[in-house]
Ligand binder design. Structure first.
Ligand code: ZN
Length: 350
């Protein structure tokens, strides 16, 4: 990718963003300054790993609820044959670049999509050690390797409460739930459909058998982006532009929480200072997190218009589509553009 094309894209993009998306919208938009998220740290956990060679996936580790669980799983493969670990890795790279464009520090749970990525307890420990303002585990689901046209949609996994570890309980009952709700709303706002299966209610699934949230002492969002067994969900998960859709939704949820969340923040309890089940000072009462979905038209620039804009810009640069040009060299540029777009969307929401 030549710098001149990047400059062209950035220039046309900036001009495009001056056009009001809706009647009455504020026409003057401040470009991203790169400091919006300064001082914020985000821990990103792309689910699973490139390879488990030399490691025992079934080694038992702490499940956070007094039992044990397999170290890790291999993850699903979409009906189109794309492994979950690669989808989550690609989406994570886009999200990372977008967040870094806005000034955040990003810590990853694994270094690449070729090697081992650590057991679930080790990833939770890494999230805790990072001191992140928010951790996000990125996954995609499957229901039937042979294909399943009946079950589709995204969901956020939240832990059944209370969690025995008081610090994890404090983090997930207050800010974690708030962030998960904001991520759900970002997905709805981007036009994604909540899952119609697995007991998901309004895009949120409550579970006691997922170890990550029960071991994580910073607020955590656990995203299941879609069902790789469903033809439409799989197509979107597999394609580069679909991965960009997901990355923009995930980034929007993160940025929204970092800039507007935290009203429900619970003071983190030091591990071991509170008996399991005891009241943790500062824990927010249930009910302060709005369960209702956002109104889609709150967002003046729709995801469709953003993506159309990106595609037009790339075409203007002599490229025929996202698929053709996205590689390890160009993915950062696309993310920078996404970061600019996100900043603009947020500016219009204020
Ligand atoms: Zn997964």
């Amino acid at each position: 990718m030549k710098r001149s094309l990047i400059s062209l894209c950035a220039g046309v993009l900036a001009a495009s963003l001056l056009i009001p998306a809706t009647a009455g919208a504020e026409p003057e938009v401040e470009p991203a300054t790169g400091t919006e998220l300064a001082g914020k740290t985000v821990f990103l956990d792309p689910g699973h790993q490139g390879s488990s060679e030399g490691h025992d996936l079934s080694r038992q580790v702490d499940d956070g609820r007094g039992g044990t669980k397999d170290c890790q799983t291999s993850g699903m493969t979409t009906i189109g044959g794309v492994p979950e670990h690669t989808i989550t890795w690609n989406v994570t790279q886009l999200v990372r670049s977008g967040l870094e464009t806005l000034g955040a520090d990003v810590v990853l749970s694994r270094a690449d999509d070729t090697g081992w990525g650590g057991c679930i307890d080790e990833r939770a420990a890494a999230a805790n050690a990072s001191g992140a303002d928010l951790a996000v585990s990125i996954h995609a689901d499957s229901t039937d390797a042979a294909g399943d046209p009946s079950k589709h949609g995204f969901h956020m996994i939240v832990p059944a409460l209370p969690i025995p570890n008081p610090a994890a309980d404090a983090a997930q009952s207050g800010p974690g739930l708030e962030a998960s709700t904001m991520m759900r709303d970002a997905y709805l706002g981007a036009g994604f459909t909540p899952a119609n299966y697995a007991g998901v209610v309004d895009g949120i699934q409550t579970r006691s058998d997922v170890a990550g949230p029960a071991l994580t002492e910073v607020p955590l969002v656990f995203v299941e982006m879609g069902n790789g067994s469903h033809p439409d969900d799989a197509a979107r998960l597999e394609s580069t532009d679909g991965q960009l859709d997901h990355a923009i939704a995930v980034t929007t949820g993160i940025v929204t929480y970092l800039l507007t969340g935290g009203q429900a923040s619970a003071a983190p309890a030091a591990p071991g200072t509170t008996e399991p089940g005891a009241t943790v000072p500062g824990t927010t009462e249930p009910g302060t997190v709005s369960p209702g979905p956002v109104t889609p038209d709150e967002n003046p620039l729709s995801l469709e218009s953003i993506l159309a804009m990106l595609s037009d810009l790339l075409a203007a640069g002599g490229l025929t589509g996202l698929e053709e040009i996205v590689n390890s060299e160009t993915i950062g540029m696309l993310s920078d553009l996404a970061g600019e777009l996100l900043a603009t969307v947020l500016a219009q929401l204020e």
